[in-house]
Design a protein around this ligand. Structure first.
Ligand SMILES: Nc1ncnc2c1ncn2[C@@H]1O[C@H](COP(=O)(O)OP(=O)(O)OP(=O)(O)O)[C@@H](O)[C@H]1O
Ligand SMILES: [Zn+2]
Length: 741
């Protein structure tokens, strides 16, 4: 410090002696854990600010993270922040969430931050656009037929030159020329128009007493303004959605700044849901998932970051939007495996939603007719509250379910529908009602064999089967996406016309149905039949309006749809999901078949469900026939508890993969040599993953199981750090795995 009497120049004093403010900046990349930088004079960058910083030869956008900088680093070693971006900073909640997810999933924080930041392009200010409306046309204006066409297309909503030109079928030049001549008035268009303000006090539907009671529990939870988790457990068609719309309304009433995130497991469900939101609140919700255009995603991101968009409907990735005042999350169809992310950061959206609520201190609602066993266990242990809707709304009742014992009533040779089902379909069609034939298998046949040499068709360098699709006349691999036109000679032995489809897919069932009911209108609904959301929408509309007699469908039809005239659902192969060593096989089969069954008889007419099964005594099939969900769940939970499986234990998978099989085996053996031996920890493997060979890569798997008292993350961290894994071997850690392929 300078001595007093010397009267130093205060300016000099300030710049020379006061150390520059340091910030820790997290970067959206998988390596490193962020770096310290200094702010230059005049810069302010509170935690959460987006900044541009130098990184080696490049510049990168990162976020000022709320954590201490390293005091031992000398200032001269620190690079200055290049720029503070003019965008709202991330909230403390969002940053805490990034840290939490990274920790839980054992992912680098930078990779999780990337889920929040996306490409970062949305951070630069939008390019203003010019739109045109019709002007007071001056007398001097020279009219041409092209100009006239443009004027015909104008309205009160400004359109860009390109849009006007397209609509009028003329060149952009005509539009510009007309504008210059004074025939059009230019207006600046907001490229990211704000979302309408939702009105919670618009009248919703009148709730039944049961629904009103359920809604009251939830609105009370919302008014507490603190974390709680609730399960809305209601049979299909009970009005769970109506009930949670009330909780959303109450959240909107809390403050003008509150935001609500509603997660749906499937893109196909979002469109009808958006319509329902708009009807209820008089404003469209922001819509977020991978199929939304990049311009729209940019708009949603920015409007959410400003706190302007209050209602967001989307896929699991909507959890990572930069909310400013998130106050409620709804996870609809919470039991859906689709909430699990399968690449990059391997997170379970439902579980992360609950964590987000706890970090942000607001309620989370989990909604399902068949809650996951994890969720049921959480209710039983008092961590989640429960709201039940045990009966359907209005006159509708739950359908009767019967098993068709395929051993007693087999189909004709080369066919798949039992005479029992054919009879029921005849009756239903006779009453002018609709039928759903459910089979969760896309394509024509799941396996294609050569009759001559017995060769099973697989994708190249993979253990995956090729599935015949007649609709496109191709053989397709559903795992790798590989596809070829169906060959007319066996690629293995060269025999002509020897390739034979084995087993049924929806296309084959539709073929059988067309032969059996030649006069019926029959269509297929399966994710690969739909050319896009438009085609899906039109098919669902035709089904809703009763224009289709028999819908042959995969899981795509199982969820959320209301087909009022559908009274018969027949599962072609109810046993399908039961085989295989998957932990959740029974649970998932029960859930999907309940969901599909739930499509029958949703309006005034009584529904009926038939389950074709070769193992009617199987507990899953038997429980479905009894309509005994709770009995099933109890038995299944007991089984899981006895084995220490989730939800009563923790599970993680470690998958090693590489092209060099020998090297892979060496690494796996080395890891196996240092497995942790601690109480409450078990490690199985290495074992070949069920799909051992995929696209020329070999895959070995370890499974780690711990008790709930053990932090599985610490166990994995410690174990995996004991061996240096060479770059040629890829290591994937999946905490709470859902697929065991
Ligand atoms: N209070 C109500 N007034 C009028 N219609 C209602 C009411 N409650 C539910 N419905 C109607 O009943 C049907 C089922 O309701 P909703 O979709 O909310 O049920 P859900 O429990 O979410 O169904 P699912 O789980 O099968 O998708 C819908 O068509 C809905 O409009
Ligand atoms: Zn052959």
């Amino acid at each position: 410090m300078a001595e007093r009497g010397a009267q130093p120049d205060p300016q000099l004093f300030a710049t020379e002696e006061v150390p520059k403010e340091r910030v820790h900046v997290l970067l959206p990349m998988p390596v490193g854990d962020g770096y310290d930088y200094v702010l230059t004079a005049g810069m302010t960058a509170p935690p959460g600010s987006f900044v541009i910083v130098p990184l080696g030869p490049r510049e990168m956008v990162g976020v000022v993270w709320p954590e201490p900088t390293d005091p031992d680093l000398p200032e001269r070693k620190l690079k200055p922040v290049s720029e503070v971006i003019d965008a709202p900073p991330l909230s403390a909640d969002v940053m805490a969430f990034v840290d939490w997810v990274a920790n839980y999933t054992i992912s680098p924080r930078g990779t999780v931050l990337r889920l929040v930041m996306r490409s970062g392009q949305q951070l630069s200010p939008p390019k203003p656009q010019t739109g045109y409306i019709r002007a007071e046309v001056p007398d001097s204006l020279r009219m041409t037929s092209a100009r006239e066409k443009v004027l015909d297309m104008t309205s009160e909503t400004p359109l860009t030159a390109a849009e006007l030109a397209r609509e009028a079928g003329v060149s952009d030049g005509v539009v510009r020329g007309l504008a210059e001549a004074g025939g059009l008035q230019a207006i600046e268009i907001d490229p990211d128009p704000p979302f309408g303000a939702p009105d919670p006090d618009r009248k919703g539907r009148a709730l039944s007493p049961l629904q009103a009671e359920a809604a009251e529990h939830l609105t009370a939870a919302v008014r507490e303004e603190r974390y709680s988790a609730w399960v809305i457990d209601g049979v299909t068609g009970s009005g769970k959605t109506e009930v949670y719309l009330e909780a959303i309304a109450e959240t909107l009433r809390l403050r003008p700044s509150t935001q609500i995130c509603i997660l749906l497991p499937e893109i196909a469900l979002t469109l009808p849901f958006l319509k329902r939101i708009e009807e209820r609140f008089g404003a469209a919700a922001a819509h977020w998932h991978s199929d939304v255009s990049s311009a729209e995603r940019r708009r949603v991101w920015r409007r959410v970051a400003e706190g302007q968009a209050r209602l967001v409907v989307g896929a699991r990735s909507a959890l990572f939007l930069p909310y400013t005042d998130l106050a409620l999350i709804v996870v609809d169809e919470e039991h859906e495996a689709a909430y699990k992310q399968h690449d990059g950061v391997l997170y379970q959206g439902r579980d992360m939603a609950v964590a987000r609520g706890a970090l942000g201190n607001f309620p989370v609602l989990l909604v399902s007719a068949t809650p996951s066993l994890e969720t049921l266990a959480n209710v039983e242990e008092g961590r989640y509250g429960l709201v039940s809707l045990p009966s359907r709304f209005g006159p509708a009742t739950l359908p009767d379910t019967d098993i068709v014992d395929m051993r007693a009533h087999p189909p004709e040779k080369g066919r798949w529908l039992s005479p029992k089902v054919i009879e029921a379909v005849n009756e239903t069609l006779g009453r002018q009602e609709q039928v759903l034939l459910y089979l969760n298998r896309r394509g024509y046949a799941p396996v294609t064999l050569c009759r001559k040499c017995g060769e099973r068709m697989t994708a190249p360098h993979s253990d995956t089967w090729l599935v015949e699709h007649r609709y496109s006349n191709r053989l397709v691999c559903h795992h790798t996406g590989y596809s070829i036109p169906k060959p007319d000679h066996c690629p293995h032995c060269g025999a002509a016309d020897s390739l034979t489809p084995c087993g049924p897919g929806v296309e084959r069932i539709a073929e059988e149905a067309k032969e059996t009911w030649p006069d019926a209108k029959i269509e297929i609904l399966s994710s690969d039949m739909l050319m896009g959301p438009g085609a899906a929408k039109s098919l669902l509309k035709r089904m809703t309006e009763g224009e289709i007699d028999i819908l042959v469908a995969t899981q795509a039809a199982a969820k959320g749809h209301n087909f009022p005239n559908l009274t018969l659902v027949a599962a072609v192969d109810a046993d399908l999901g039961l085989a295989g060593g998957d932990l959740r096989a029974a649970e998932r089969t029960f859930q999907t078949l309940s969901q599909v069954s739930g499509r029958a008889g949703r309006a005034a007419k009584k529904g009926r469900v038939l389950l074709q099964s070769y193992q009617p005594e199987n507990p899953v099939i038997a429980a479905l026939a009894r309509g005994d969900r709770d009995g099933f769940a109890e038995a299944e939970l007991e089984g899981r508890a006895a084995l220490g499986f989730p939800p009563y234990g923790r599970l993680a998978a470690v998958i090693l993969s590489g092209e060099n099989e020998q090297k892979l085996n060496e690494v796996a053996r080395a890891l196996a040599g240092v497995v942790p031996h601690a109480e409450g920890v078990e490690v199985w493997g290495p074992a070949p993953a069920p799909l051992y060979r995929l696209r020329g890569t070999y895959r070995l798997r370890f499974l780690v199981k711990t008790t709930r008292r053990v932090s599985i993350q610490s166990v994995l961290d410690e174990w995996l750090s004991r061996i240096k894994i060479p770059a040629s071997i890829r290591k994937t850690v999946d905490v709470d795995p859902y697929t065991f392929t």
